[in-house]
Ligand binder design. Structure first.
Ligand code: PGA
Length: 248
């Protein structure tokens, strides 16, 4: 997505950096990461998704930080031990929520229909869902990536009507150090852009201090969803700085 800078007339990209801390992180690390963000990135849309246990603390101490949950229930309340509703995320200061992450699809058996239901529940609560899709290594090797993603998009977006972000995260690239090639990312993102002309499109999967700048420069990449590297403060700083350079 492009923005024209009113003063310079220069058209640059909107850049999102989503930190997905997964089941990691402490108050001490959070204080360090936020100090880095406060110094490093003036224009990047940083969305911080720590464990739910850290959201309320963050909002209280750093009200400017935009926060997201890592998952939510499709239900609004009830006897669902261990689950968190979208309303509860809103209650502690959440603005976004990741749904359909491959770890939830794999470990919790979330189907595309479940992901769509969670995204709709999130929107009804006033959250903006960050909907994740991505193919397995076998699908990638078989050359079936686009067909697979098309089905995931169609089924994971059923009844999703308001604002959302879409993150392309090849499963084989998550936490493995193997990143999709820039050509692969460009191909997938241009395919997704045809279907979703105005949706911010993120890439995720082993984004690092070394590759973030090149990935963020790919056409139709509006930001990155970062796991492991977002927990390393020096790498996080570099990724934010890389994104900031592209912002209009
Ligand atoms: P990674 O994780 O950056 O550690 O590969 C990304 C993600 O799972 O969102």
């Amino acid at each position: 997505m492009m923005n024209e800078n009113a003063k310079t007339g220069v058209t640059k990209k909107t850049q999102y950096v989503v930190s997905n801390w997964k089941m990691n992180g402490t108050v001490a690390l959070l204080n360090e990461a936020i100090a880095i963000w406060q110094k490093a990135a003036s224009h990047v849309n940083w969305i911080f998704c720590p464990s739910a246990t850290l959201i309320s603390y963050t909002k209280t101490h750093f009200p400017d930080v935009i926060l997201g949950g890592q998952n939510c229930s499709a239900k609004t309340s009830g006897a669902f031990t261990g689950d968190i509703s979208a309303d509860q995320l809103v209650d502690v200061g959440g603005t976004y929520v990741i749904v359909g992450h491959s770890e939830c699809r794999q470990n919790h058996h979330d189907t595309n229909a479940d992901v769509a239901a969670k995204a709709v529940a999130a929107q009804q609560a006033g959250l903006i869902p960050i909907i994740c899709i991505g193919e397995s290594e076998a699908t990638y090797i078989a050359g079936q990536t686009l067909a697979y993603l098309k089905q995931q998009v169609d089924e994971s977006l059923v009844s999703v009507q308001g604002e959302f972000l879409l993150a392309y995260e090849p499963i084989w690239a998550i936490g493995t150090g193997k990143t999709a090639t820039l050509d692969d990312i460009a191909g997938v993102h241009s395919f997704l852009r045809e279907q979703l002309p105005t949706t911010p499109l993120l890439y995720g999967g082993s984004v690092s201090a070394d590759n973030a700048r090149a990935i963020l420069a790919v056409d139709n990449v509006d930001g990155v969803l970062v796991g492991g590297a977002s927990l390393k403060v020096a790498d996080f700083r570099t990724i934010l700085t890389s994104a900031d350079k592209n912002v209009g």
